[in-house]
Design a protein around this ligand. Structure first.
Ligand SMILES: [Cu+2]
Length: 348
């Protein structure tokens, strides 16, 4: 059994356990905008690396229409959503957000359209950020055609866990809303995603984002970046044709991430990749401190490559001693050639 047919089996199984006759609609085989132009990159960026040209179809320096997408991966790097805060009578801080699920076609590589499901119109969803010990309230409004939830990683009561009914939660139907409320704990780098079956579909369609709980005393000043490692199955064969950090393949090759020489750079790095079992992050010509899950203030490792399975995340801290352009990418050649590759541009 080759890996592709195993993937197909796994995906079929996930659909079956969803028990939904509507799975065909949940996982559309073609989207409305599917045309010859959209089909081209998927075939050019064939998942098979046997032809030796994987990825060349869209590794051309052309870029996507960020305005049409409604978000730009360069902005997503440093865009932290702190929500709105006020003091409760007991003195604690209450922090509130509103997240809206919305169906939206996005371009994940030049010409490669993807019928995404989004939180607040972007993939990944907003980078929610709070401080340890605060009370958090997240109003979720489902403006999508499909039922969804928000499942937060963290510590909270079962009803706030964002599961479906059979597991003690409740999906939020189209046009309905639900308010999740819990305490911000533990400090670290966490994440949130939809937990409605079929799970593989609901996650990989784009319903995910990072959830940062800062330690009470904070972390040292740094240039802080969020990278959500993801991928897209553009032809519905339960394997990805496009890989990226923050959605758009090769974006940070076309627009390198500008950082300052000698300055501390902190990366909130999270892997949500569906269908593939593992992802990785490698920096060229440099090493970094790594804090798995961000739950300790002491690094666990000093290295230049780490691996993350789906749902794993960690904080990377590094300084660049030399000016110039330095590559970073998945140390999985196939992913790198299909979009998960970029550059830091280190300036004086
Ligand atoms: Cu969902």
């Amino acid at each position: 059994m080759d890996s592709l047919s195993r993937r197909k089996l796994l995906f079929g199984g996930a659909l079956a356990t969803g028990g939904l006759a509507a799975t065909h609609a949940l996982v559309p085989h073609r989207h409305p905008g599917h045309d010859a132009a959209a089909a081209e990159p998927a075939s050019a960026a064939s998942h098979s690396s046997a032809n030796g040209h994987a990825g060349h179809g869209f590794q051309s320096g052309r870029t996507v229409d960020h305005a049409a997408n409604g978000f730009n991966p360069t902005d997503i790097l440093r865009d932290f959503d702190m929500g709105k805060t006020r003091r409760l009578p007991n003195g604690r801080v209450l922090r509130e957000w509103e997240l809206v699920a919305e169906d939206k076609e996005i371009e994940v590589a030049p010409g490669a359209k993807f019928a995404a499901w989004t939180y607040n119109g972007r993939v990944p969803g907003p980078s929610l950020r709070c401080r340890e010990g605060e009370r958090l309230r997240i109003k979720f409004i489902n403006g999508s055609e499909h039922p969804h939830t928000i499942h937060f990683h963290g510590i909270h009561p079962a009803r706030m866990d964002g599961l479906s009914e059979e597991f003690g939660g409740g999906v939020v139907e189209t046009g309905k809303s639900f308010t999740y409320e819990f305490d911000a704990e533990p400090f670290g780098l966490h994440h949130y995603h939809c937990h409605t079956p079929p799970l593989a579909a609901h996650i990989h369609k784009g319903l995910y984002g990072v959830f940062i709980v800062d330690p009470k005393k904070g972390r040292p000043d740094a240039d802080e970046l969020v990278m959500v490692l993801n991928g897209f199955d553009t032809n519905f064969d339960a394997s990805n044709e496009v890989y990226a950090a923050n959605t758009v393949g090769f974006h940070y090759q076309n627009e390198p991430i500008k950082v300052k020489r000698g300055e501390l750079v902190r990366i909130y790095l999270h892997n949500i990749l569906e269908f593939d079992q593992i992802n990785s992050f490698h920096t060229h010509a440099n090493f970094f401190d790594y804090y798995p899950t961000g739950t300790s203030l002491q690094p666990a490792e000093f290295t230049d490559v780490i691996m993350q399975a789906q749902g794993q995340r960690g904080i990377v801290e590094m300084r660049f001693p030399f000016a110039g352009k330095f590559m970073f990418h998945a140390h999985k050649s196939e992913f790198a050639e299909l979009g998960w590759l970029g550059f830091f541009e280190v300036e004086e």
